[in-house]
Design a protein around this ligand. Structure first.
Ligand code: KIV
Length: 506
């Protein structure tokens, strides 16, 4: 079967940056554009709107300089406006060669926002496209509010496309600006255009206001759209755009006659990087990239996985460089505990496994989070054994915090039967503590894991003496693990989690 190629245009750096509160620096934009084009292998990236700010100009210049040096300049796109030569001049100053010209795709927008007639609008568009052509800038054209246009003023949309057919443009971009389309409308509207204008290339640009963006993308492609616009983690104006990772998984698993150039294995990495740069945490249950989406919680699922993978679907974590895991809590069965113990290299008798499972369920019932690294402590407690030999012990520490002075930490640590004392400063008390600890470890020529996530949970209710739970994620020798500390003081809970980490290292 010959599979139809669909162009993927990533607009994380333009529409994604229209997420309220998100702003990427020039160097973050450069790093992401490079990653998206060379590792994720999307076909094109839209990286900015013209004339936004001096910082944005600098960002586009950095990206176009790099892209030109590696022959990828044609893949860099900038959103521009019908504003005479202003946007064109700006993008030329930024070194960009492809404009995505924003025009009005509904009579409603044209009449009420621009207060122009179709002929006036088309004449201005023609002028921009012609000026662009003269300086070798390629034009794609966005029909803003196109979905409402198809619903309420289809004759205007057809009149517009009749005109665009006569213009030297590369693509027509169809945004569902307000995220109002249903899947069946996405199919019907795109099919109408593809059948009526076989010579035009159509991209579909979904918004997720009704959580229908992925369904709409599927239907637009089924109807014959040639390209789709996506963003990493579904960032974008209001409820966002269609998320890249989900769209790629859906196309691969449910549309076998379609292919893209995207590398599935890179999707998780780019998602985590965008999470860091945007400061927007990925929900744990976000398909493909969320923390929990490859975690089995119920005991019956963990048990079934051992019996011919009864609870697997096609969305295998390994496709995305991830691993299945088994949650520990009140729903756990023996299989959850056993799977986690195996990862730690611990084996228990059937009887002991039952007792440990019971304790994990009790802890879960008390709403306590249990991590894999807690298991040795639970075993030691329940079975009264020495499953945990605390090789490293934080014996004493002093932490300072004062106005206009850097926080500092002095600590004494025992490693096996040696004691060490160190002090250091940091950006906060915990940072100072970790810096002092790093000094101890470098004396012993040992390295500490990298802290990759730090989550604090305080029960709601507004009490300042409430217990505070800190769960820290560490990366060490390509292994990721979490440790948890509980205390009424937030820094102490982090130090407790850190001591557990120190005793987890091989
Ligand atoms: C700015 C335009 C192209 C847009 O993102 C939309 O209409 O959704």
């Amino acid at each position: 079967m010959k599979r139809r190629y669909i162009e993927i245009m990533d607009t994380t750096l333009r529409d994604g940056e229209q997420t309220s509160g998100v702003s990427f620096s020039a160097s973050e934009k450069l790093a992401l554009a490079q990653l998206l084009l060379t590792e994720v292998k999307v076909d094109r990236v839209e990286i900015a709107s013209a004339r936004v700010s001096a910082g944005e100009l600098e960002a586009v210049q950095q990206i176009t300089r790099w892209a030109a040096s590696v022959g990828l300049l044609e893949k860099i796109e900038v959103l521009t406006f019908v504003d005479g030569n202003a946007s064109l001049d700006w993008m030329q100053a930024a070194g960009a060669r492809v404009m995505n010209l924003l025009t009005k795709g509904s009579l409603n927008h044209l009449t009420h926002q621009l207060k122009k007639t179709p002929d006036e609008h088309f004449a201005e568009i023609k002028q921009v496209i012609s000026e662009a052509g003269k300086v070798g800038v390629q034009a794609n054209v966005y029909l803003e509010d196109w979905s409402n246009g198809m619903r309420n003023s289809p004759d205007y949309v057809f009149q517009f496309l009749d005109f665009l057919q006569t213009q030297p443009i590369r693509r027509v971009l169809l945004p569902d600006t307000l995220g109002i389309l249903t899947p069946s409308e996405s199919y019907t509207f795109v099919l109408q255009l593809v059948s009526r204008y076989p010579g035009l290339h159509f991209d579909f640009h979904a918004h997720n206001d009704y959580d229908l963006s992925i369904a709409n993308v599927m239907e637009a492609i089924r109807a014959g759209a040639h390209g789709i616009h996506l963003t990493v983690n579904g960032l974008g104006e209001r409820a966002g755009n269609a998320p890249l990772a989900s769209a790629i998984a859906v196309l691969r698993d449910f549309m076998p006659d379609i292919r893209t150039g995207v590398v599935e294995k890179s999707l998780y990495t780019v998602s985590k990087i965008v999470e860091t740069f945007s400061g927007l945490r990925i929900p744990d249950n976000k398909p493909v990239v969320g923390d929990n989406v490859f975690t089995q919680t119920a005991g019956i699922h963990a048990d079934g996985d051992k019996k011919n993978n009864l609870y697997f679907n096609a969305l295998l974590p390994e496709r995305f460089g991830r691993k299945r895991s088994y949650a520990l809590g009140k729903m756990s069965g023996k299989a959850n505990i056993d799977n986690n113990l195996r990862e730690l290299g611990i084996q228990l008798s059937e009887d002991d496994l039952k007792k440990v499972t019971q304790r994990v369920i009790e802890l879960g019932d008390q709403k306590e989070a249990v991590t894999r690294e807690d298991l040795p402590y639970i075993i030691a407690d329940v079975l009264n054994t020495n499953a945990v030999t605390s090789c490293v012990e934080v014996l004493n520490y002093v932490l300072t915090h004062s106005k206009d002075l850097k926080p500092s930490a002095t600590l004494r640590v025992r490693i096996a039967d040696e004691q060490f004392e160190e002090n250091a400063q940091g950006d906060g008390q915990y940072d100072a503590f970790m810096n002092a600890l790093k000094k101890v470890y470098s004396k012993k020529k040992l390295t500490l894991p990298i802290l990759t996530d730090y989550a604090v949970r305080i029960p709601t209710g507004g009490r300042t003496d409430a217990l505070c739970e800190t769960i820290i994620t560490w990366k060490y020798n390509n292994r990721e693990f979490k440790t948890r500390g509980l205390d009424s003081d937030q820094t102490v809970s982090a130090i407790k989690a850190t001591q557990k980490m120190l005793n987890t290292l091989d």
